[in-house]
Design a binder for this molecule. Sequence first.
Ligand SMILES: [Zn+2]
Ligand SMILES: [Zn+2]
Length: 142
Amino acid sequence: MDVRNCPRCGSIFAYRGFRLCESCRQIEDKEYEVVKIYLQKNPGTTVDKISEETGVSRQQILSFIRSGRLSEEVSNLNEMPLNCERCNKQILEGRLCKDCQNELTQNFIKAQANLRKEKNLMGQNSKENAKIRYLDKSREKR
Ligand SMILES: [Zn+2]
Ligand SMILES: [Zn+2]
């Protein structure tokens, strides 16, 4: 049996694929429902206000938002409660702002293209690499 420490209350529980122990999961689910309903009924609110009115901690509300569990309701917020992990710009959900997401995707595509170019150059310059390329090709056929 896989036994873990609950990160919320610190008690030891049998791990069944959930991060939290049974009772904390029930509490968190209830808190989630309360926050969700409050957001739906109160457009233009802020995280501080929700925390004040529902008694759910600001940190817990932010963690719901960050995990994307409130992705529809979050548009009712009157603020951008999170910060981009890369440039610190204020964002509504997730970990990165749109700009950083785009930039990272672009960088990734560029890196892939460069890698391909390097491989081709190496293949042209060395007989050893040509052999490897031949082996790769014959492997692909199988
Ligand atoms: Zn717990
Ligand atoms: Zn950013």
